[in-house]
Design a binder for this molecule. Structure first.
Ligand code: 5AD
Ligand code: SF4
Length: 370
């Protein structure tokens, strides 16, 4: 029986992909292990959203591969997820110890071919997005590392093309899973004793199958055994007052909203291709605070986007001051391959990005303390 170690980086989508992968491999006789040392197959499911995280993955993987080699151990190494899709066959050049490179929409191909890859001992590249994603999600669906809570993917990919973002290029266009599959998956998880569910998608509001997102949310909230239901991520251009009303009405829907605003200046929002004005964002938040009593609000912010001036930054700061988020994830801009913004000059100096980042972090900490 082969032993497989999976390490996950990045967002909750990746975390759930890894769980489903683990489940699907387990069903085919693999044993999942918690340490790379005892594994025959070492898989890193990775994130490409920011440069910093990416550098870390290559450095950790490289270190492990070197150690294994020094001990004369013959392990299979795989780079999976968004970085695999970004690097494609170039990953084999960058990291020659890799045996497998597999994008996020090809994980089912990896599941079905792993034994053969190991037997053949050849390099395997899966990046054409042709694996059956819906079948993959059903295959390992029962698997959750948490005994109480599970993420459930409702849609994949993104059509928004925010100018800084690599996601549409590595995860592809938006695809919604059939509502029947989602509901069966949740029932399976409930049978395993899980009572808290988070519906996942890059942009859950644009879920669309036989049901709309609001209809799906209602249907899941109606399932017996769902004690707590939440969702991420909502996009300000599509979040609605109807959504907030439903959150307020339904006892089992968690009063939690993650609504990234990214920047406070309309000029920067436009360059980011976010498709809303900050005034609209503020109105949404006011409606949320008003309708969902005691609601928790979190956000994402980027500092140092190309051409961001002190005034633009001040506008971002003012939004944070005015809206008082319970949590804010603050990122320093880094250019990502394929993205539109990467064609602009990354002209905000590193020190300025760091200073702005620190100011927002400290401000957010001071609010959280209060
Ligand atoms: N640079 C910095 N932060 C980024 N994000 C996405 N792309 C970039 C980038 N190129 C941030 C956004 C997004 C979060 C998941 O990561 O804030 O909401
Ligand atoms: Fe990236 Fe924007 Fe899509 Fe989020 S909504 S994944 S930031 S392109």
């Amino acid at each position: 029986m082969k032993k497989v170690y999976i390490r996950t980086f990045g967002c909750q989508m990746n975390k759930r992909d890894s769980e489903v992968l683990a489940g699907a491999l387990e069903r085919r006789g693999a044993e999942l292990v918690d340490d790379w040392e005892s594994a025959d197959v070492v898989l890193f499911n990775t994130c490409a959203v920011r440069k910093h995280a990416e550098d870390r993955v290559f450095s950790i993987l490289g270190l492990i591969a070197k150690k294994a080699q020094a001990r004369g151990e013959d392990k299979v190494f795989g780079l999976l997820g968004c970085m695999a899709q970004e690097w494609r066959d170039k990953a084999f050049k960058k990291a020659p110890y890799l045996d497998i490179v597999c994008g996020p929409n090809d994980l089912y191909a990896l599941v079905e071919n792993l034994d053969e890859i190991i037997a053949r001992g050849k390099k395997a590249l899966f990046v054409d997005g042709k694996a059956r994603v819906d079948e993959f999600y059903s295959d390992g669906a029962y698997f959750s590392e948490d005994r109480e809570h599970s993420f459930v993917i409702i849609m994949e990919g993104c059509n928004n093309f925010c100018s800084y973002c690599i996601v549409p290029y590595v995860r592809g266009r938006e695809r919604s899973r059939p509502s029947g599959d989602i509901i069966s998956e949740i029932k399976l998880l409930i049978d395993k004793g899980i009572s808290k569910i988070t519906l996942l998608g890059q942009n859950v509001n644009s879920y669309s199958s036989d049901l709309s997102f609001l209809e799906l949310l209602k249907a899941v909230s109606d399932i017996k055994g769902v004690k707590e239901l939440s969702f991420v991520t909502a996009h300000p251009k599509d979040a609605s007052v109807e959504l907030f009303r439903l959150m307020a009405e339904r006892e089992n829907i968690k009063k939690y909203l993650h609504l990234p605003f990214q920047a406070g200046s309309n000029r920067i929002l436009k360059l980011m291709n976010r498709n809303y004005a900050i005034e609209h964002y503020k109105e949404l938040v006011m409606a949320y605070r008003d309708i969902v009593k005691g609601g928790y609000l979190s956000t994402d912010v980027i500092v140092g986007f190309p051409t961001e001036t002190d005034e633009d930054f001040q506008a971002t700061f003012d939004v944070m001051k005015e809206l008082k988020f319970e949590t804010a994830y603050i990122f320093k801009y880094s250019p990502r391959p394929f993205s539109k913004a990467s064609k602009m000059k990354d002209n905000v100096p590193k020190e300025v990005k760091e200073r702005r980042h620190k100011i927002l972090l400290e401000f957010q900490r001071s609010i959280a303390e209060r």
